[in-house]
Design a protein around this ligand. Sequence first.
Ligand code: ADP
Ligand code: ZN
Ligand code: ZN
Length: 697
Amino acid sequence: MTEIVPPGHVLPVAIESPRHTGLGALDYLSEQPLAPGTLVLAPLGKREVPGLVWDGDPAAARTTVTLRPLSGVLTALPPLPADWRALIGFAAGYYQRGIGELALAVLPPELRKLDNTRLARRLAKLMKPGGVALAAQTHEAAAPDGVLSPRPTLSDEQRAALAALADPARTSRPVLLHGVTGSGKTEVYLHAAETALQAGRQALVLVPEINLTPQLEARFAARFPGRVLASLHSALTPAQRLRNWLLAHLGLADLVLGTRLAIFAPMPRLGLIVVDEEHDPSFKQQEGARYSARDLAVWRAHQLKIPVLLGSATPSLETWQRVQEGRYQRLPLALRIGGGAMPTVRMVDMGRAWQHASTQAEKDRVLAPVLLDAIGQRLQRGEQSLLLLNRRGYAPVLSCSACGWKSGCPHCSAWRVFHKSDRTLRCHHCGLSERVPRACPDCGNLDISPVGRGTEKLQEQLAALLPQARIGRIDADSTRGAGSLQQQLRAVHDGEVDVIVGTQMIAKGHDFRRVTLVAAVNPDTSLFSSDFRAPERLFALLMQAAGRAGRDAEVAARSEMWVQTSNAGHPLYAALVAHDYEAFARQQLAERRGAGLPPFAALALIRADARSAPVAQAFLQQARIAAQAFEGITVYPPVPPPVAKVADVERMQMLLECPSRTALQRMLAQWLPELDAMRGQHKGLLRWAVDVDPLAI
Ligand code: ADP
Ligand code: ZN
Ligand code: ZN
């Protein structure tokens, strides 16, 4: 039989299709030779899908199949480079996604809308002299008075950290820059970036929160006038995102600052990666391809043989364990710049604090009398206080005193939260919002009342108890409008607010100079969570919140962090009082080792969504039986997550555990296709997904 070789070039193309379709790269015909990394349009069935010419040889056996020609080629875009394709290839394999699926998901969506002519026009605009605005011009915030901030003289610790970074023999290992808020980590990032830029390289800086990017951008822009700075995060308009991505890809941007998605920015001259607040859970993508930008940063840096700098006051226990094993290098910044001390931590025993309350109103108070006094003292001295309560709304639930009715959500296994400001009951899971009923829907009783406390209630109580105080509230409700968070933060900076009430939003990164008291109002709930990472998150949050107080050395001496608790003796709080991260990490790691949990084991979580719980359960059960063929993997029985039903969808999850990361990888690669095959047997199953290295369990 003579082989029919089709005319033209046969190319493997990674198309946009989920892993479970089994379509990795497909072969297509092209009239012209195309470099790997070229963006194309390919026919698939009756549709046309975007794809990327991929590496490797077309499968010879497939020449017997009639190949279809590509329907379009975006020649105007320079091909995505080899190191980018390697990153995508690794991430797709590790997180169990299709290559094309992941690759196309991380490209700017706007790219698909452009044809060659329009793209070429945009590129020409960027490339022409003066087409790219320089840092100092685009960021007026950088130099408010037109003067550049002077460079501080580095501290001994900062110098030592930079010397270690500059030593090529030592940078083969990832570096953990371990220092509390205000210890000068950002200054080290700036210097490390400068070294990279001077060597003609690009630097990539990842931060956990979009809200933190303007602040950081301003600092980098002020330090590097004349350099091109591009930010990448999900709050950009599609056009801005495309523009900044192109700046990175074309090598025009010297600095790229962004949230987790920026880890996939193609950067031809990349010479440094910084991950600030590396412990932050938001570096893990929670839907679609569930990747960890922090972990991919480490992989990418290793691949390129460039330094990667992970910064944190409370490193993730994964990172900390790698430091213990000598795989990462720890560079400490033990002292706060200017000699500011960490605040004194004071525990308020909730049991005792309310002992002398006689009236119901006193018993209902969210803050203990001693804490309220301490806030009053701040007020008199013109200092600010910051109160942290991780629950927005007025009260987490409304309840009927006669029949016990509670404000449940009809579509979710969750309570609807009472928002007093607009008198609504709102579900924070599905968004259902209704006016508060005038009487109990079950028995007609008029006496339905809020149970528990949220930020609105705390704000209301404070206003009554401290009538002379100006009280601000910062949470997802108060910051809904565009720019409203920045506006509220500015009010805090300008001293227009005495007491700030808020959710964990306010604990992160913001540099409040006049705060001398920080209080965690009700942190205990995280101590006994079913999620084994809850204590780690709580400790990081409290340390970070404590870091908000006393950033100025002159007020540091009288700065305090208050914790209201019923478990004052808990080891987590003992470590907090001593500002002893290492003690906390030691205790937690011992527990994790004993329980065979990360970082001593690798985990994967299978999630299944269905119209009814038994369907999701049956699917996972069948998957579990199939998993028994693999040795060395523990597969736990399917269980509902803490909030099982959301918007009428029932969810179930099943945990896999294995001492070896690679063994788990191999198992997943073989087992997951079986799940796809089973899928059709379970009517009512909406979707399933795998989460490798899940953060929330
Ligand atoms: P971190 O990132 O650890 O919170 P920063 O780098 O933001 O710390 O430093 C805290 C403050 O101290 C900033 O205002 C910064 O400009 C200043 N700073 C940093 N390093 C020095 C230094 N060596 N000398 C004087 N001020 C410094
Ligand atoms: Zn009732
Ligand atoms: Zn709901």
